[in-house]
Design a protein around this ligand. Sequence first.
Ligand code: NAD
Ligand code: MG
Length: 298
Amino acid sequence: MTSNQYDMQNPLTQYPQPQFPKQLQPVPGLASKMDPVPDHGETSYRGLGRLKGRKALVTGGDSGIGRAAAIAFAREGADVAINYLPEEQSDADEVMKLIEAEGRKAVAIPGDLKSEAFCQELVAKANLDLGGLDLLANVAGRQKSVESIAELTTEQFDETFKTNVYALFWLSKAALPLLPAGATIINTASIQAYQPSATLLDYAPTKSAIVAFSKALSKQVLPKGIRVNVVAPGPFWTPLQTSGGQTQDVVQKFGSEVPMKRPGQPAECAPIYVFLASQESSYITGEVFGVTGGNTLP
Ligand code: NAD
Ligand code: MG
């Protein structure tokens, strides 16, 4: 699936609308196996040199919103390290090729963010292999819908918080001593921080925590010249959703609940990550940007 992101057109019909086929994959899911395959900007994103010479680490960079950000960062001139789970190697390989095709350095660092030790290793390796670090995009996340609190296990609650919140803390803590003035951190929350679904009792509060953490951190690190901002997506067509993030009934009509009446494609999220990463957003920190298909943030 591709679309020209630059010519004026009706956004309602720019990308596929529901119904979608049922397509359950085991967690974490592969973008390559989705129907339709998401648009991460592979054939469309055009860079303008806004991140020339920058050194970026993108978690969840194999697929979905993270892949779209990684491709865009490379097309804007950044060298990019991506993190993902070992099961996602085939998706990650596609991203590595796209980064290299831009003449940029691509570094693949698979591993589980639920481990503090791994988070520390990840940042150290990215810093070493890229020859520095000045852009941290925390995009990885875990979401599994559960109908009732009675079926929501402590194990799941723990895993969701470890992946979505603790990893953010561990990665930020490891990265900050390495980041120069001008560096940027971009975290990924969700519309769920503000309009939580009944079936996302663990996930939704992780996203509120990400908003509060990011605002607090932005104040703490601004004296060093480092900015921290948040992207809060609405429904996006990614493996997170089709591998259990929603029930397959919801997947079939995914996006129909927002005013835009369709899910966002990852490519539609990339420009805000680029903007928040680049010097163009120099006077913006501690903010949350909704990319929600019209389901407005408070
Ligand atoms: P995605 O499945 O493409 O990306 C999520 C990535 O998280 C995976 O590719 C995987 O590499 C990574 N991940 C998960 N658990 C991990 C772990 N333990 N260790 C290392 N990596 C791990 O889906 P996406 O929708 O692009 O998700 C990206 C972010 O966007 C997530 O934070 C998600 O919560 C957020 N988000 C998504 C939507 C949506 O509708 N898709 C809406 C709002 C927010
Ligand atoms: Mg993935």
